[in-house]
Design a protein. Structure first.
Length: 365
């Protein structure tokens, strides 16, 4: 086992070199790594990269992208790698484990003075360079699809392996912002749906699990930064207007817009007093709306509103004479753009009795 664990001690300014036979040690173990990791070494690799070979490369031939470690470890990781100290300590105290995935580079085909560009392992690279190591073992990739950005590979790899810096939400947001800018999009001129499509494309191309809330927070921040509210504004007048054609087509149900204020009972009473004769035998469904969601808590506010519909419905059923007409379900317009891929914008979604909106959303594929 010890032959796979390379101990590198600090020797001041004395230059150190790795012997070529270490590649064979790494290659003894690396086939099993490659076979089980198609997302790195196979066709699933992102960023237009394809694995080529393993080499010991002189460190001066590798572009460490110091100017863009703030981009790769900055657009890819906002600020310093939070695990930098742990990564360095692992290399210094335990050694460089040749059985683990090593530093990844791609061949540089530009006019730069370097032959390779670092794509993964910046912290380990800087640690080893600080020990005056003059050559390092690298997994070498070719950039075979120039339409794809290799930075996607760097993002994908940031929370992959042992030990590594964790890719956090601010880092991912910074990367998504850089990709939006790089692709030339002006978010201030785009609709909610267009912004969602652009960000979803970036998330998909990363080929990694990203929590739904992280995605939503990133979209909200991008919209907010572009001066766009991350939700659809809907007041009583606009809700009533949207309900008019729905009520005209409905033969047995009348939909009533009800806000989240204490005037709901008064509004309902006024409606009942002036209710058209043709509606008097129709069942009643409440449609909660909210004119202004909190930008920071848009989803929570909207979900609270939808869930409050059940409470409002029960209260009104207990208090008003139309109790037998009040339906046991609530409808609501999806005011959040992330719902529009499941529920058509401007069309009612139904919240059954004893259900929450989250359960309804989750039940739709």
């Amino acid at each position: 086992m010890s032959k796979f664990l390379l101990k590198i001690q600090s020797m001041g300014e004395t230059k150190q070199f790795l012997p070529e036979h270490l590649v064979s040690y790494h290659q003894t173990w690396s086939p099993s790594i490659r076979e089980t990791r198609p997302e790195i070494f196979g066709d699933e690799c992102v960023g237009g990269l394809r694995w080529s070979t393993t080499e010991i490369i002189p460190i001066e031939k590798i572009n460490p992208r110091i100017d863009v470690i703030d981009k790769i470890q900055g657009a890819v990781r906002a600020g310093l790698n939070p695990e930098a100290q742990n990564i360095s300590s692992s290399v210094l105290n335990k050694g460089w484990d040749l059985r683990e995935l090593t530093i990844c580079v791609s061949r540089d085909t530009s006019d730069s003075p370097f032959d390779y560009v670092i794509r993964e392992g910046c912290t380990r690279y800087l640690t080893l360079a600080g020990l005056q190591l003059q050559n390092i073992i690298c997994e070498v990739f070719d950039h075979v699809d120039t339409e794809e950005d290799p930075d996607y590979f760097s993002v994908f790899m940031n929370d992959y392996g042992n030990p590594r810096g964790k890719l956090d939400a601010p880092s991912l947001q910074l990367f998504v912002s850089s990709q939006v800018e790089r692709q030339g999009f002006d978010l201030s001129l785009m609709s909610h749906k267009e912004i969602m499509d652009v960000t979803d494309d970036i998330f998909t191309r990363l080929n990694k699990e990203i929590p739904r809330k992280v995605k939503q927070d990133i979209r909200y921040d991008l919209m907010k930064g572009a001066g766009i509210k991350p939700y659809e504004t809907l007041d009583k007048a606009s809700c009533d207007k949207r309900l008019e054609p729905i009520n005209d087509e409905s033969e047995d149900v009348v939909y009533l817009a009800m806000g989240s204020d204490p005037d709901n009972l008064r509004l309902l009473t006024r409606y009942l007093r002036n209710e058209p004769e043709e509606n008097k035998n129709k069942r009643i469904v409440f449609v909660p709306y909210k004119a202004s969601l909190s930008v920071e808590k848009a989803e929570k506010d909207f979900y609270d509103l939808a869930n409050a519909g059940a409470t409002m419905r029960q209260t009104l059923r207990d208090l008003v004479s139309c109790v037998n007409r009040v339906e046991n379900w609530t409808s609501i317009f999806p005011q959040l753009p992330q719902l529009w891929d499941k529920f058509e914008k401007g069309k009612l979604m139904t919240i059954p009795e004893n259900s929450t909106i989250a359960e309804v959303v989750d039940s739709v594929g």
